[in-house]
Design a protein around this ligand. Structure first.
Ligand code: CA
Length: 581
C-alpha cells in the first residue's frame, strides 16, 4: 500500500445535473409528448454512455483530475481530538486525510487494487471472511470451516513429530509440547480437506514386489525382497556396512507431489534420507529420518527428524515441504518460503539395517494425518480424568493455569476427532475415548475440571478454566460442537450424556449471547464482568469465528437469537453499528 492516500469524502456533479435539466425543460416546452419521450430516451442513452466513460476516466490515475491537482493542494494541519496533529491536504472546503492515519486510527483496511489495468482503492472494515453454511452441519462431514485451515504451517507449530505424526506446539513454551487442541485441529483440518478435495494423485515407487532393480546398492551393502510374516507381503530388507560410502539409493525425480509415505522398520543407527533439490537454484537439501527419539535438528542443508528407536514396523507419512520449512525455521530462516513447484525429490537413500515397503508419493494423505491425530488422542488420554492435560503454564488476564490444566476446547475438539474416527473406522475404542472425555465437562474449574457456572445457574465449558471464570465464547461453542458430534453419532438414546450437556450449553449460550455484543463487534470473553477489568474485544478473525459458529448453530436450532445475532455481527464487519439513542 502506498503510504498516503487521499479519501474524498463526497463527490458531486452539480454542473452536469443543471445542464441536463435545462435541456429537458426546453424540449418538453416546444414539442409534443411522444417526441419528447423519444428524445428523452436518446438523451438518457447518450448520458449513460458519457457518464460511464467519465467513470472510466476518473479511475485512471493519469487522467484523474484529483491526482492532477494533488500537487496543487494546500497543506493543512488536522488536530485530532486536540491530542495531536496530522498533516492533511485541502481543496477549498474539502479536506483530505491520509489513509495511513485513518487505517491506524479507526482500524480499517484499504489497498489499491487493479482490474484490467484500472486501479481503485478498496476500503474494508475488517480483514476476515464469513462462510455461510450451504447445508446443515453434519458430524460426519467437514468440521465447521476447517478445510481452509493449514495447522502445520503456522509459526506456533515447531514441526510434525516423526514418532507421533502430529504437530508440536511452541505456543506458550519454546521447547515444544503436545497440545491436544492443536493436534485435534490438525486432525480436523485434514479430515475436512479429505471431504472437500478430490482424491489425491498417488504413485507407488516400490511395493517390494517388482521394482527392486531400480535400486543402486553399493558393493558392501545388501538388499533383497523377502516375505514379511507380520505385514503378510513382500518387503525390501536392507543393510549397509559402517563405511560412509556403503549406501543403497533409489533415483526418484518426482517434481509434483511431496507427501511421502512408506512402511518402515529400522535397527539402531539407521536412517532413511530424502534428497530434495531446488530446481532453479540447484540447491540440495537432505531430510534424514533417523532412529532417534529426538524431535528435530537442523544443520546446514541437513534436517533430521527422529522416528523412534523401537525396531518395529511403522507407517511413516511425511509432508516433505513442511519438514523442510520447519528445519529452515530452526536455522533462523523462517521467512524463507518453500514453494512446492520449486522442488523435486531427487532420490531416497537407505543406511543401516532395516526393511521398507509401499514407498508412495502423493499430492496429499489427509486421512493418514487425521488418524495420526485420532491415535495420539486415544494413546494420551488420562485414564482417570478422561482429559488431555496441557503440560505448560498458561497466563491469561492476570490469572494463571498451572501445568497439567485441562481445556474444555481440547475436550470438545478431541470428541469431534474421535467421533469422526469412529464413524470412519468402526473402531469402538474411539467412541469409548470420546465418552470418557465428557467427564471433565462436569467437574468445576476450581476442582481441576473445566466447568463454570454463570450466576450459579448456567453451565459454561471453559477453554481456560481460571478462577474467577473467563467465559471465553469461541472455545465454548467448539465444545458444544464436540457434544453435538458425539450425540448424533450415538443415535438418539434417551439418556445420552452428550445430548444433555449440549442442551444445557445451548441454553447458556442463548442466555449469555447478548452479553458478548459490543454494538460494533463482539467480546472474546466476559472478563470485564467477572474480573472487573477493561473488556477484551475479539479481534476480527475471532469475531468472524463467532459469526461462523453462530451461523452453523442456527442451522441446528431455530431460536431466532442465533440467526439474528449472526446477521447483526456480520454487519459489524461491514462497519454497521447498533443504533444509539
Ligand atoms: Ca509389499
Amino acid at each position: 500500500m502506498k503510504s498516503v492516500q487521499f479519501v474524498r469524502l463526497e463527490r458531486r456533479r452539480y454542473g452536469w445535473n443543471v445542464a441536463v435539466y435545462k435541456a429537458l425543460d426546453m424540449m418538453v416546452g416546444r414539442i409534443n409528448l411522444r417526441a419528447a419521450l423519444g428524445a428523452l430516451c436518446v438523451l438518457v442513452i447518450l448520458l449513460m454512455l458519457f457518464w460511464s466513460r467519465c467513470g472510466e476516466l476518473s479511475h485512471r490515475p493519469s487522467t484523474n483530475p484529483l491526482s492532477e491537482r494533488t500537487t496543487a493542494l494546500d497543506v493543512i494541519e488536522c488536530s485530532i481530538n486536540t491530542e495531536y496533529s496530522v498533516a492533511c491536504k485541502r481543496d477549498r472546503d474539502e479536506v483530505y486525510i491520509p489513509f495511513s492515519f485513518i487505517h491506524k486510527y479507526f482500524e480499517v483496511y484499504g489497498k489499491i487494487t487493479a482490474t484490467d489495468g484500472v486501479e481503485k482503492f478498496e476500503w474494508s472494515h475488517s480483514y476476515s471472511k464469513i462462510y455461510h453454511p450451504k447445508k446443515k452441519y453434519d458430524p460426519r462431514g467437514t468440521f465447521t470451516t476447517f478445510e481452509n485451515y493449514n495447522v502445520e504451517v503456522r509459526d506456533r507449530v515447531k514441526c510434525i513429530s516423526g514418532v507421533e505424526g502430529v504437530p508440536v506446539s511452541v505456543q506458550w513454551e519454546p521447547r515444544g509440547f503436545f497440545y491436544a487442541t492443536q493436534i485435534a485441529q490438525f486432525g480436523l483440518a485434514h479430515y475436512s480437506k479429505n471431504v472437500t478435495e478430490p482424491e489425491p494423485r498417488r504413485r507407488v515407487l516400490d511395493d517390494g514386489e517388482k521394482y527392486i532393480e531400480d535400486w543402486i546398492v553399493s558393493k558392501d551393502a545388501y538388499m533383497a525382497r523377502d516375505f514379511d510374516a507380520e505385514l503378510h507381503t513382500n518387503v525390501m530388507r536392507f543393510s549397509t556396512s559402517d563405511h560412509p560410502t556403503s549406501q543403497i539409493w533409489l533415483k526418484v525425480n518426482v517434481s509434483q507431489d511431496f507427501v511421502l509415505s512408506l512402511d518402515l522398520v529400522m535397527k539402531k543407527n539407521s536412517s532413511l534420507t530424502v534428497v530434495l533439490q531446488n530446481k532453479e537454484k540447484k540447491e540440495t537439501f537432505y531430510l534424514h529420518y533417523v532412529t532417534s527419539p529426538h524431535l528435530i535438528k537442523a544443520k546446514g542443508e541437513h534436517i533430521y527428524y527422529g522416528v523412534g528407536a523401537e525396531p518395529q514396523w511403522r507407517r511413516v507419512t511425511r509432508d516433505l515441504i513442511v519438514d523442510v520449512q520447519k528445519g529452515w525455521a530452526l536455522l533462523d530462516r523462517p521467512k524463507r518460503k518453500a514453494p512446492r513447484n520449486k522442488f523435486k525429490i531427487a532420490s531416497i537413500i537407505l543406511s543401516g539395517v532395516g526393511a521398507i515397503d509401499n514407498i508412495t508419493v502423493s499430492s496429499s494423505e489427509h486421512m493418514s494425518h487425521f488418524f495420526a491425530a485420532a491415535r495420539w488422542l486415544t494413546r494420551h488420554q488420562s485414564v482417570t480424568s478422561g482429559g488431555w492435560p496441557i503440560p505448560v503454564r498458561r497466563r491469561i488476564a492476570s490469572l494463571e493455569l498451572k501445568p497439567g490444566w485441562y481445556s474444555a476446547m481440547s475436550q470438545g475438539h478431541a470428541i469431534s476427532v474421535l467421533s469422526r474416527a469412529y464413524s470412519r473406522s468402526g473402531d469402538a475404542e474411539y467412541v469409548r475415548a470420546a465418552r470418557r472425555a465428557l467427564q471433565l465437562l462436569d467437574v468445576p474449574s476450581r476442582m481441576g475440571g473445566v466447568k463454570a457456572l454463570w450466576m450459579n445457574e448456567y453451565v459454561w465449558y471453559e477453554e481456560y478454566p481460571t478462577t474467577p471464570s473467563l467465559f471465553v465464547l469461541n472455545g465454548f461453542i467448539y465444545t458444544l460442537l464436540g457434544l453435538y458430534d458425539l450425540h448424533i453419532l450415538e443415535g438418539k438414546p434417551s439418556r445420552s450424556q452428550a445430548k444433555k450437556m449440549f442442551d444445557d450449553g445451548m441454553t447458556s449460550l442463548k442466555t449469555l449471547l447478548p452479553l458478548f455484543d459490543t454494538g460494533s463487534g463482539s467480546f472474546y470473553d466476559l472478563r470485564h464482568v467477572t474480573l472487573g477489568v477493561s473488556p477484551n474485544i475479539a479481534r476480527w478473525d475471532y469475531h468472524a469465528t463467532h459469526v461462523n459458529q453462530l451461523y452453523l448453530l442456527a442451522g441446528l436450532d431455530d431460536d431466532p437469537i442465533l440467526i439474528n445475532t449472526a446477521k447483526r455481527w456480520e454487519g459489524y464487519m461491514q462497519g454497521k453499528r447498533a443504533a444509539h439513542n
